[in-house]
Design a binder for this molecule. Structure first.
Ligand code: X2X
Length: 339
């Protein structure tokens, strides 16, 4: 398990400030079930804030029978570590990007195909519809529990300490951090960049020490993880949409009586819908805020990037990997041909 010093400091300071451990020892001791939910984001991110509110409601509605403690900021380890823990039962709940989940459930990353979704409306229609149902089926087969509503991460943008990314040519040879996922590596390899797989817990340090020159994330993360302190340029590429599946350990889930399961599912799914609205709102206002913090923004055209991916064989490769069924569901969802 690797926990950087910064993550620990950030995590504990934030927990003290915002009270993510507001659940006291005695409550945990009297509860019938005390479960852990771990995630990789800061406590200022809407995912943490809405999950914290949901956990409170779950405690209330279960009359204190189920207490869920939240461990934010990768305190319990990197995404790779936490995925192992939720499988083994070391933690009961975990939110994870579908693209990283694909290291266990290969076709889970299908929503992350470059430049597939034009807007949020098409994302939610797909993820609450046929595409989401398909992916949740795959996740269930891998013996994990998954809540119906996916949480939002957002449309991803590219940042750099070197200069703006205006065209695909600017990505050639670019040392960019990508999350640990074959889809991300393949996409930036198709752009002829030099992608490095690094867990989110280590990203700030990797940028600060110039192990990599850039990274890509939605504005809500660039802001809440303070990546603007170590990145100067932000290029609005909207190159993929990413979310977080709310995962559960199957044995732990099945230990819960039916009524508690219903309380958990209802509150988490309702929180997801509220969190989506928070992130969308946050992302739309953050450009001005990050500019005032010194970041330099530029807009880009999707077409040349898409064409570079096509020429690099990216769409053909992934169509083959996912198979015709998944690809057809994706194309139907985004309303266009992706090859
Ligand atoms: O690792 C990332 O970049 C993050 C926080 O966006 C994900 O969880 C995929």
């Amino acid at each position: 398990m690797t926990i950087s010093r910064r993550t620990l400091i950030q995590g504990s300071a934030a927990a003290a400030a915002i009270g993510s451990f507001s659940i006291g020892r005695s409550e945990a001791q009297t509860a019938e079930f005390t479960y852990k939910f771990a995630h990789n984001l800061q406590v200022t991110h809407p995912l943490h804030i809405r999950a914290a509110a949901a956990v409170e409601k779950i405690k209330e509605e279960s009359k204190g029978r189920l207490v869920i403690q939240i461990f934010p900021s990768s305190q319990l380890g990197s995404d790779t570590d936490m995925l192992s823990q939720v499988r083994s039962g070391g933690i009961e709940f975990f939110t994870l990007s579908p693209l990283i989940l694909s290291t266990l459930v290969p076709n889970a990353s299908v929503n992350g195909i470059g430049f597939a979704f034009p807007d949020y409306a098409s994302v939610w229609k797909a993820m609450d519809g046929e595409l989401g149902t398909y992916v949740r089926g795959q996740i269930t087969k891998a013996n994990l529990v998954v809540m119906d509503k996916i949480w939002d991460n957002g449309f991803r943008q590219m940042t750099s300490s070197k200069g703006p990314i205006n065209t695909p040519d600017d990505l050639k040879g670019f040392k960019i951090r990508v999350p640990v996922s074959p889809l991300w590596t393949s996409m930036f390899t198709a752009f002829q960049s030099a992608p490095a797989s690094i867990n989110f817990a280590e990203v700030y340090t990797a940028l600060q020490t110039k192990i990599v020159d850039g990274q890509e994330n939605p504005l809500a993360i660039i802001s809440t993880a303070k990546l603007y302190e170590v990145q100067k340029f932000c290029s609005m590429t909207n190159h993929m949409w990413d979310g977080f599946w709310f995962l559960g350990n199957r044995r732990a889930w099945e230990r819960l009586p039916e009524d508690l399961r219903a309380i958990v599912a209802k509150n988490l799914n309702e929180a997801a819908v509220l969190q989506r609205a928070d992130v969308e709102k946050l992302n739309s206002g953050l450009r001005a805020d990050l500019t005032s913090k010194g970041m330099v923004f530029n807009d880009t055209q999707a077409a040349p990037f898409r064409e570079a991916l096509r020429k690099g064989g990216f769409y053909a490769e992934w169509k083959k990997k996912y198979g015709d069924e998944a690809w057809a569901i994706l194309e139907k969802a985004v309303g266009s041909s992706l090859s």
